[in-house]
Design a protein around this ligand. Structure first.
Ligand code: C5P
Length: 300
């Protein structure tokens, strides 16, 4: 009997820089971005079964577990890819820790973890490159959730190059229960930037990462979706201004509404406690990055 159970963890991400261009003919926006994987992981456990089923525990217990769930779509895509009549059933159990609809790629992490887990359970032998290719069709952030670390992303985020990293950074993540829809934020970006061309470059930031101090890196951190997210949720703009006025390195994470505050690792616990006291309506998480991409933790 082959493998019956596989447990895979996949990381959350923040974008240390997210530069956005005007929409392409396919509706997606060209990006120039620097992804950082954080050590907040969703776990996906797959067990051998005849049918394909899914359950979610932890955050997002009310998320759909039907065919619209990205993990289910990942399983279907993987099965469709097999030329011979391979297995198509599995029970997928997701333990969510990454905030839902928070701009931290939680859905993409689940899809990435499912691809890695089923590749092993179903003994498909697909390479990282092949999984990444299937993942890119599921969501722009799935290839990065597979890869982890720090990476330069281009295209719609799926073309990745590794960025050499010297330092471990701390992140305080101010999350809220009312999420933002990624397509809605991109639509608002289009409304605010009708003449957007190619995305700006993140070369300066990548250079700073390979040599600089945290202050150098933080000075170049930027997110072009911030005005759009703040336009849809004005309290976000107010919070970002307030945090920056207090000297903190605050940044919108992805399409929001999570606000990520960059900090020296030693300062992180104190900072997180201050932020939790200041914003009692929000939850404050802490994370360190870079962290590993989707990886097998147990297989039996
Ligand atoms: O690729 P993903 O499914 O995560 O994208 C969700 C939505 O976000 C897309 O349908 C699109 O509206 C928007 N998006 C975009 N440009 C990108 C990535 C996402 O317009 N580069």
């Amino acid at each position: 009997m082959g493998v019956q159970r596989v447990l895979v963890s996949a990381p959350a991400k923040v974008n240390l820089a997210l530069r956005v261009g005007g929409p392409r003919p396919d509706g997606f926006h060209p990006l120039d971005t620097v992804f950082v994987a954080l050590d907040i992981f969703d776990d996906v456990e797959v067990t051998a079964a005849d049918e394909l089923t899914c359950e979610i525990t932890g955050l997002g217990e009310d998320l759909p577990t039907d065919e619209t769930n990205l993990a289910m779509r990942a399983a279907r895509a993987l099965h469709a890819r097999q030329r011979s009549e391979g297995p198509s059933g599995a029970h997928i159990s997701i333990t969510k820790r990454i905030p839902v609809a928070g701009g931290m790629a939680g859905g993409s992490a689940d899809a990435a973890a499912t691809l890695v887990a089923l590749n092993k359970l179903w003994d498909l032998g697909l390479s990282d490159h092949q999984l990444s290719h299937i993942g890119a069709d599921l969501g722009s952030d799935v290839p990065f959730a597979l890869k982890g670390g720090i990476a330069h992303g281009q295209g719609r985020g799926e073309h990745l190059d590794e960025v050499p990293v010297l330092a471990l950074h701390g992140w305080a993540l101010i999350t809220r229960s009312d999420g933002l829809s990624t397509p809605a934020v991109f639509r608002e970006f289009d409304r605010l930037n009708p003449d957007a061309g190619e995305p700006a470059s993140t070369a300066d930031l990548r250079e700073a990462l390979s040599r600089g101090t945290l202050d150098d890196v933080a000075a170049l951190a930027v997110n072009d979706l911030e005005p759009a997210a703040a336009s849809l949720k004005p309290e976000l703009g107010a919070m970002l201004s307030e945090l920056r006025a207090g000297g903190l390195h605050a940044l919108l994470s992805g399409s929001g509404p999570t606000i990520a505050v960059l900090a020296e690792p030693a300062q992180l616990p104190g900072l997180a406690a201050d932020l939790a006291a200041r914003y009692p309506a929000c939850s404050v998480l802490t994370a360190y990055g870079p962290a590993a991409g989707a990886h097998v933790r147990e297989a039996e």
